[in-house]
Design a protein around this ligand. Sequence first.
Ligand code: PLP
Length: 405
Amino acid sequence: MHPFQSFCRDELTRMKDEGRYRSFAALNKSRQQFPRYTDAQGRVITVWSSNDYLGLGGSDVLAEAAIAAVREHGVGSGGTRNISGNTPAHEALERELASLHGKQAALVFTSGYVANQAALGTILASMGGNWHVFSDAKNHNSMIAGMKNARAKTIFRHNDAAHLDALLAAAEPGVNKLVAFESVYSMDGDIAPLAELAEICRKHGALSYLDEVHAVGMYGATGAGVAERDGVAERIDIIQGTLAKAFGCHGGYVAGDAEIIDYLRSAAAGFIFTTSLPPALAAAALASVRHVKQATELRARHAEGARKLKDAFRAVGIEPMPSVSHIVPVMVGEAALCREVSRLMLEDHGLYVTPINYPTVPRGTERLRFTPTPRHNDAEIAFAAQALASVFRKVGLLRAADDAA
Ligand SMILES: Cc1ncc(COP(=O)(O)O)c(C=O)c1O
């Protein structure tokens, strides 16, 4: 046996002992019934943890665009964008995304993760690597991966504009500065002070890089994200997003100045050396972005659902974490218990909600992460709150006396 095999065995045992071994939920997604899935026994399970935030993944708008593109182009793209993997849908999608964010150009990658890793990695390797990157303490793993080889990296306190300001002021003169942050932080549901951060970046001549993965489609008049909602998109240099969450599709992108995007197109290994997004996904994403731009009513219903879910939890004596977005996290605080609560929600009540454990969140802050969609109805919201209260009582997280219901 190679030592690596015994290493793996020990690590897996440790993960299991700590209650953070990950297993997949064997649930079958139905296009028509979303967010109601079925399990292996055919039991209907309502899913409360999908990132298909607006429930568009199964919509006719996307499905028909994808099916038409499969019929026309086939399934795989057959190459990188530079080697026969380009279609008019890829180019139209990039124009649409640029226009959505009010930027000169956009570039599509095979996922949001790859977009962050490749774009940040390429920028920070440019100009002889003479960069100092400033990263929010809660930035996503994909951004951290992109900043891994940065010559200088400083972490600023989460959403703390004054701290960032002080750190930038102390940076070595003559170095190129980049500040990377998100808008909606998906594990806590808090939102960054974008106007302040953009202003500070400008003041110190730093390039601003904003991940709007959990906000595109859902915030702003045309769904361009929190930067649009807050009227600051024009002051952010590079906006990164995904097509895989509210847009219900797949892929990721960056949008910004035409020359920056053209440089990334010409230099980012994660763009150049991989097969392009399948044409059906490019076509479906294009249809989705166009649809979502005018889906004001859907966005309003979505926000209303999140508000109702938070209220429903409070009504049964459970205070959700202080989220100001559509994400509704509920603290459990211990990995094994978090997994157990999730298991009981599924087994006793037919509800699926993902336990979020270390290393996704710090130890001791393990939580359940609810993401309501406009397709969860009022009865399902009330049922989810009652079910969670019942499970919380069963595991001792809620005393009968705490239950306001
Ligand atoms: C903040 C953030 N950025 C990027 C990504 C990666 O996006 P994708 O799922 O499209 O790879 C995620 C994924 O959840 C994310 O949470």
